[in-house]
Design a protein. Structure first.
Length: 264
């Protein structure tokens, strides 16, 4: 069934000049899902465990922990239902998180998906992700996560050679850009080539178990398979329950990165 928007949310969307009917929240089997129009699910949440990562590709994206177990600064482009921002805010203590979202409809839904309010070390900004990285000039992020999709596809500005180059410029040495891509996108191969060019080939692609999604991990100025841990360890500050929920996918990333040694 569709969620009945409260008057405050409706007013926020109308004030933004947006049609309430364009935004849907649906409930099914303890899952609250965000979608636009008639497109695929953009994000999903288990209301019983709001911080749990429901969709497999989001758990794969947490594979950045293989390269940076305790990032100091993180930039996330794309809010969606806030699954990754919520999880990282709660389970990566000490990490400063900036989330950039272009669509005011999505930001207007943050309370419905229990996205934390802005505070020290956590903030959501309304801005174009490509414009945001172009305006920054310091290599200050350990992790940049890119997951910016509208009702049709990934925003074209988030797949250009210039954009990936700017992301590389903003990463600290050894920092990682993590991109969620759709394998059926006509430009999928071009995106991979552009990422490889911007990161001197230091990238690995990990397919999500849900059909259609692949996650790319690109590392700045350090071999993507360098200093791989022999054994996965639960990051400091992360609960055993949270770690158990993502450990399998993080191990998938570790295995794929290690396999690159055979071709180096």
């Amino acid at each position: 069934m569709s969620f009945n928007f409260g008057s405050a949310l409706q007013n926020a969307l109308i004030h933004a000049g947006l049609n309430v009917r364009d935004v849907r929240i649906q409930h099914k089997r303890f899952e609250q899902a965000l979608s636009f129009g008639l497109t695929d699910v953009q994000s999903a949440m288990d209301p019983r465990q709001p911080d749990r990562l429901v969709l497999n590709y989001t758990r794969v994206m947490m594979g950045f922990l293989v390269f940076s177990p305790q990032p100091r600064n993180m930039l996330m482009i794309g809010l969606g239902g806030g699954s990754l921002p919520k999880f990282c805010h709660r389970h990566c203590p000490g990490t400063d998180i900036t989330v950039v979202e272009i669509d005011p409809r999505v930001i207007a839904l943050r309370d419905q998906f229990e996205v934390p309010p802005d505070q020290n070390h956590f903030r959501v900004l309304q801005a174009d992700g490509a414009d945001f990285v172009a305006a920054m000039d310091d290599a200050s992020y350990d992790i940049i996560m890119v997951d910016g999709f509208d009702a049709e596809s990934m925003a074209p500005s988030l797949g250009t050679q210039n954009f990936y180059g700017l992301c590389a410029r903003l990463l600290t040495t050894g920092g990682v850009m993590v991109c969620n891509l759709h394998e059926l996108d006509l430009h999928f191969g071009a995106y991979l080539e552009r990422i490889a060019l911007s990161f001197d080939g230091e990238a690995v692609v990990v397919a999500a178990r849900e059909p259609g999604n692949s996650v790319v991990f690109a590392r700045k100025d350090v071999a993507v398979n360098a200093r791989m841990p022999k054994h996965l360890q639960r990051p400091a500050g992360m609960s055993e329950e949270a770690w158990a929920g993502i450990e399998s996918e993080v191990h998938d990333v570790l295995r794929e990165a290690r396999s690159l040694r055979a071709f180096s």
